[in-house]
Design a binder for this molecule. Structure first.
Ligand code: PAN
Ligand code: ZN
Length: 196
């Protein structure tokens, strides 16, 4: 039997931390090319380099059948009309699915099926969960006024592929229109800004 510390974890939904777990911090400068509105991104960077999100991860064991999990916390805010977001990724092991559980705040997940190219926007709020199938790029955004905190559980063998997203990004963006989040074609959004 594993040690108690490997079986039980205590997390704090207010701070987005897990006792004893390492936390990665992503600041605005780490998110180059993630926001579609490059002009607003550069302007925001001139104002400062705030923390956009943190991820505390627990990786108890590697190998087939094992699970890893993390708590993500995304700050409230926007760059232009785009809500603060995560980099987004595919799993290195493409069939690996993931289960997200909302803990606090108001968020949305952007899913993009890499085979069909189809996109979906789903609520991620307390008492709801999002199943991210395999072969699906996923990004999380905070559309509310307080930090969004969620738990993500994924196969230990999943791995993170950021490269593919960094090269061609998501086809769609979640942007604020009339104070509400809407899903838009990236190209249409960028064209509307006069950037292409
Ligand atoms: C999550 C993500 C977390 C941060 O744990 O890693 O939301 O997003 P990025 O990894 O895209 O920066 C997950 O999906 N793990 O597989
Ligand atoms: Zn993932």
């Amino acid at each position: 039997m594993k040690r108690m510390e490997e079986l039980l974890s205590r997390f704090n939904p207010d701070t987005g931390t897990i006792d004893g777990a390492p936390t990665v911090t992503r600041r605005l400068s780490d998110l180059r090319n993630c926001f579609a509105d490059e002009r607003a991104y550069e302007a925001a960077l001139q104002q400062g380099n705030p923390i956009i999100y943190t991820v505390a991860s627990v990786e108890p064991a590697a190998g087939d059948g094992q699970l890893h999990y993390c708590i993500g916390m995304i700050m409230p805010g926007r760059v232009g009309d785009e809500y603060y977001l995560t980099k987004g990724h595919l799993h290195e092991w493409r069939p690996a699915a993931e289960f997200y559980i909302g803990l606090r705040g108001k968020g949305m997940m952007l899913l993009e099926d890499i085979n069909s190219g189809e996109s979906r926007m789903l609520d991620l709020v307390a008492n709801s969960a999002v199943y991210v199938p395999g072969f699906t790029a996923h990004r999380t955004v905070n559309v509310g006024a307080v930090p969004l905190v969620y738990l993500g559980v994924y196969p230990a063998a999943a791995g993170h592929d950021y490269r593919t997203i960094a090269e061609k990004n998501f086809r769609k963006v979640i942007v604020m229109r009339n104070d509400r989040p809407v899903l838009m074609e990236r190209e249409e959004f960028v064209r509307g800004l006069g950037l292409i």
